[in-house]
Write a protein that binds this ligand. Structure first.
Ligand SMILES: *Cc1c(COP(=O)(O)O)cnc(C)c1O
Length: 384
């Protein structure tokens, strides 16, 4: 038992996934927009509280739809953090826009709302709020800024399924929200995502973009007599096989998150002693209570020590990883984007952050093993 490998992530089945897939096959049609797609969309609309949800084949696809819906075009600017996944920026670069990177807060690792207004120019069209680790951005401040300057607020809620900010579900607060069901997220379907449309004025066009630029949705509802090409669009919808798997996961979404929170809290309480001694910094969530416990990370004292810890754990069969390589000074970032200041917090955290294993069928005992190994790593230094 003791030398069993602890991977960083592990895909999992929680309920009726295979049963629903069989049902989808027996329903006769396994292309998109069938029974399970509708069940998932209704589930998201009622459990998160949004006007309309459309399943997509990834969060990347949902971000690309958001960029089209926000009417982003060549030369437009979109404000976002550099400490994020590439898709946050790529979706807008694909439309010819310039990502404008603003630094993140040292406590939440989310876009620093105090620096955003200074980054707004006449070309700014939208702000993208990435809820890192499922912890909410300061949405009230960002909403006010968007209202004042006439901008769209798009939430990259890829990591934030069923996480809330006060009473509002993340992804339902801005004009548009994007979710991911990639196998590394809390609720999964292999590849998968959803676009949440919170501004009802955008729903009709969203359905057209989703259906390859046609009015097929209106046609299937009997609202128009023929179906034809009416706007830009692409194939953004997933197959029913994906939707069937996803529906089984959504049904267990709260259960999944409850277990992840227990794992997170076990990490937090065990490793607090190392924080008290100044060896690591833990995520600054209220008393160790995370929103949806998507990520548990440590901030090490420097880049070298981070590398040493990852290596030390790997030798014990424990797989920890780091991310993100900041976008602003990556090869594509240098070509396509612009920076506001030199992003000192982004530089610091991307050099020092390490993510510990956290997945749905991980046990508290396994968390204990990871923590014991981390204490061993620091044992010499703590006695000195
Ligand atoms: C995972 C992730 C994405 C991409 O999600 P896909 O479903 O894999 O396309 C985008 N943004 C953030 C912040 C993510 O964590």
């Amino acid at each position: 038992m003791d030398n069993q490998i602890i991977p960083f992530n592990k895909p999992f089945v929680v309920g009726k996934e295979l049963f629903y897939i069989a049902q989808a096959v027996m329903n006769g049609g396994i292309a998109g927009d069938g029974q399970f797609t509708r069940l998932c969309q209704q589930w998201l609309e009622s459990n998160l509280g949004c006007s309309k949800a459309l399943l997509t084949h990834s969060c990347t696809a949902a971000l690309e739809m958001a960029a089209i819906l926000a009417d982003i075009g060549p030369g437009d600017e979109v404000i976002m953090p550099s400490f994020t996944f590439v898709s946050t920026a790529n979706a807008f670069v694909l439309r010819g826009a310039v990502p404008v990177f603003v630094d993140v807060r040292a406590d939440t690792l989310n876009l620093d709302e105090r620096l955003v207004e200074a980054a707004i120019t006449e070309k700014t069209k939208a702000i993208v709020a990435v809820h890192y680790a499922g912890q909410p951005c300061d949405m009230d401040t960002l909403l006010q800024l968007c209202e004042k300057h006439g901008l769209m607020l798009i939430e990259d809620a890829a990591q934030a399924i069923l996480a809330r900010e006060k009473t509002r579900a993340l992804g339902t607060i801005g004009h548009l929200g994007c979710l991911s069901f990639h196998e590394t997220k809390n609720v999964i379907s292999g590849e998968g995502g959803a676009l949440l449309i919170n501004d009802p004025k955008l729903i009709e066009r969203a359905e057209v973009i989703w259906q390859k630029g046609t009015n097929r949705k209106a046609f299937s509802r009997g609202e128009v007599s023929k179906y034809t090409w009416v706007d830009v669009g692409s194939s953004f919808l997933p197959s029913e096989l994906t939707a069937a798997f996803l529906y089984a996961q959504l049904e267990q979404g709260e259960t999944i998150n409850t277990h992840r929170r227990a794992l997170y809290e076990a990490y937090y309480h065990s490793l607090s002693a190392l924080q008290a001694d100044g060896f690591v910094r833990l995520p600054r969530t209220e008393g160790g209570k995370p929103a949806n416990a998507h990520i548990f990370y440590l901030l090490m004292r420097n880049n070298q020590e981070r590398g040493e810890l990852i290596e030390y754990l790997r030798e014990k069969g424990i797989y920890a990883v780091f991310h993100y390589v900041p976008l602003h000074d990556s090869p594509a970032g240098l070509r396509f984007s612009r920076c506001v200041g030199d992003l000192p917090v982004t530089q610091e955290i991307s050099a020092c952050l390490v993510r510990l294993p956290l997945y749905s069928d991980m046990s508290i005992e396994q968390v204990g093993r990871v923590c014991a190994a981390i204490f061993q790593f620091f044992a010499g230094a703590r006695q000195a």
